[in-house]
Ligand binder design. Structure first.
Ligand code: ASP
Length: 339
């Protein structure tokens, strides 16, 4: 029986760390080391292992993930597993989901506990990711699933998964939708398929992997009684600051403190500015509250409505739209489909 060809691309992260002389964990392991730690993999798949980088995911760049997407597009294999750090996994997996168009499973996994600890989760997560990549239901629905994240025997849609805890083992969840499937014993048990229409519509507008240059997007998380000094600086010195877009982590259903409402409106006039729920995700309101800092006023003032994407994912999407050269109204249409 020929085994499925699964290509493992290792980027770095806790899963790939080893202790230095002082006992501090450093990036050290490559893809071959990760595979060697899980002998069972050879029974499941014809494994090809490739070390792409040895960096913490907190230091990955958009350019690196674009290059990774190109590589995934070019591989002649039956499935791809990316290993990386957990810190930005919710962003990188969503970016890959926007960029990679394949009808094979593409899976991202990582580890919360490093290899020097008792019961590290890296080997188990890698084994689970390869199992998922080889699974019949996943293969048949690969396109419908898009890029998925496998952590702690759960399978999540890239557009929904969030890192919800900095240290504990069960640090990942999809609060809006729940997991798409779970691994039990050696089986994948399907639970649901993701709603792909918004991602597919976005991908159509993006036109494949956008070639453009880096497009820095600022993320401004608004808190109680925010005085707006950073907003003021962005309005007055946009060119010096270099940002090409802004995501505002707004309160509730799409509100900002009244004292910064007009600044937010001014910002939207000069740079694509997306309102996204700081509550972590979920559709925003569109037509409930009145007053100068309400969703009705902000939408009239030209703010782009971020839909159900949380601010980190909205930032990834805005950055990708800008990189693809979309103008403000095309960007608004892309976000509109997200609710
Ligand atoms: N800082 C690490 C990283 O994201 C944490 C991890 O892998 O869990 O690379």
């Amino acid at each position: 029986m020929t085994l499925p060809r699964i290509h493992i691309l290792a980027l770095g992260g806790t899963i790939a760390t080893a202790p230095d002389a002082s006992g501090a964990m450093q990036m050290g392991l490559g893809a071959d080391d990760l595979v060697a730690a899980v002998p069972l993999l050879a029974r499941l798949a014809d494994i090809r292992a490739e070390t792409v980088s040895r960096v913490g995911s907190h230091s990955l760049s958009f350019d690196q993930i674009h290059a990774l997407a190109q590589k995934i597009m070019s591989l002649d294999v039956d499935g791809v597993v990316v290993t990386q750090g957990t810190d930005t996994l919710e962003e990188t997996s969503f970016l890959l989901d926007l960029l990679v168009e394949r009808d094979i499973p593409v899976i991202v996994t990582a580890a919360m506990r490093n290899p020097a600890l008792t019961s590290p989760d890296g080997p188990g997560n890698l084994l689970a990711a390869v199992r998922v990549a080889c699974d019949g239901w996943v293969k048949v629905h690969a396109k419908a699933l898009g890029v998925v994240v496998v952590m702690l025997d759960e399978i999540y849609a890239a557009s929904d998964v969030l890192k919800i805890h900095p240290t504990r083992l069960n640090a990942f969840a999809s609060p809006q939708t729940g997991p798409l499937a779970v691994l039990v014993e050696e089986r994948v048990v399907p639970l649901s398929l993701p709603v792909r229409a918004p991602v597919e519509a976005a991908r159509k507008r993006l036109g494949g992997a956008p070639e453009g240059r880096e497009q820095p997007v600022a993320l401004l998380w608004l808190g109680l009684d925010e005085p707006g000094y950073i907003l003021e600086a962005m309005v007055d010195h946009r060119d010096q600051l270099g940002y090409r877009g802004v995501v505002v982590g707004a309160m509730g259903g799409g509100h900002v403190p009244e004292r910064v409402a007009s600044l937010v409106g001014q910002l939207a006039e000069i740079i694509p500015t997306v309102v996204s729920p700081r509550a972590g995700g979920g559709p925003l309101l569109r037509q409930t509250y009145g007053g100068p800092s309400s969703e009705i006023a902000l939408r009239k003032a030209g703010l782009i409505w971020g839909g159900r994407l949380n601010p980190l994912k909205a930032r990834v999407l805005l950055q990708t739209c800008l990189r693809a050269g979309l103008d403000r109204s095309a960007i608004a249409e892309v976000f509109d489909v997200f609710g």
